[in-house]
Design a protein around this ligand. Structure first.
Ligand SMILES: Cc1cc2nc3c(=O)[nH]c(=O)nc-3n(C[C@H](O)[C@H](O)[C@H](O)COP(=O)(O)O)c2cc1C
Length: 178
């Protein structure tokens, strides 16, 4: 018996992830979609991937524009995540009035995020009702703060964890610190 959509959803609700907003430029401004299926793929060359529903408005724009930005959300950006997930606001008109800037590709980069990656589209692979878009990272940046998380069908915060300062490897040591 194949796994039902509900069984798959139930299992996947146990998978904790970060939350990002993928932004694309549209004729009427920014098109945005909340995305948790974002993953680092390669360091050389620098590649990441996102999985986007074939039904999403952003799907066609990513294919035609061939550039997109991934904005990694901070704990306080839940309202923005809801907007880009279509949970409030008008469909396709979600980030009206939200300021943004460009880096290299021209894809919109949102202010106040934990990190951002400006990508050009280099490959698209079919993945059932989604498409796996592979982006080459043309520019990236990060800030301090705590991430917005998603687990059990709801947003969560990281409690009690502070970002650890980066340690330099000890002299004469060949091993990287754990
Ligand atoms: C936390 C969270 C994560 C999501 N992750 C994805 C994802 O990885 N890929 C995707 O296609 N949709 C994802 N969605 C759903 C889209 O954000 C949602 O369907 C959106 O309305 C699509 O917008 P559009 O059709 O206007 O482009 C996610 C939603 C939430 C709340």
């Amino acid at each position: 018996m194949p796994v039902t959509a509900e069984q798959l959803r139930s299992a996947m609700r146990r998978w904790a992830s970060g939350v990002s907003i993928v932004t694309t430029r549209a004729e009427d401004g920014i098109r945005a979609i909340t995305v948790s299926s974002f993953c680092s793929l390669s360091l050389q060359p620098p590649l990441v991937l996102i999985c986007i529903s074939r039904d999403a408005l952003s799907h066609r724009l990513i294919e035609t524009e061939r550039r997109f930005a991934i904005n990694v959300l901070k704990a306080g950006q839940r309202r923005l995540a809801d907007l880009a997930a279509g949970r409030s606001g008008e469909r396709g008109n979600r980030l009206v009035g939200v300021p943004h800037r460009k880096a290299v590709t021209g894809a919109p980069i949102l202010p106040g995020c934990l990190a951002w990656l400006d990508c050009s589209l280099v490959a698209s692979h079919p993945g059932g009702d989604h498409t796996i878009f592979v982006g080459r990272v043309e520019a990236a940046g990060q800030a301090e703060g705590r991430p917005l998380l998603y687990f059990g069908g709801d947003y969560r915060r990281l409690v009690g964890a502070r970002p650890r300062p980066r340690r330099k490897p000890a002299r004469n040591s060949a091993r990287e610190p754990a």
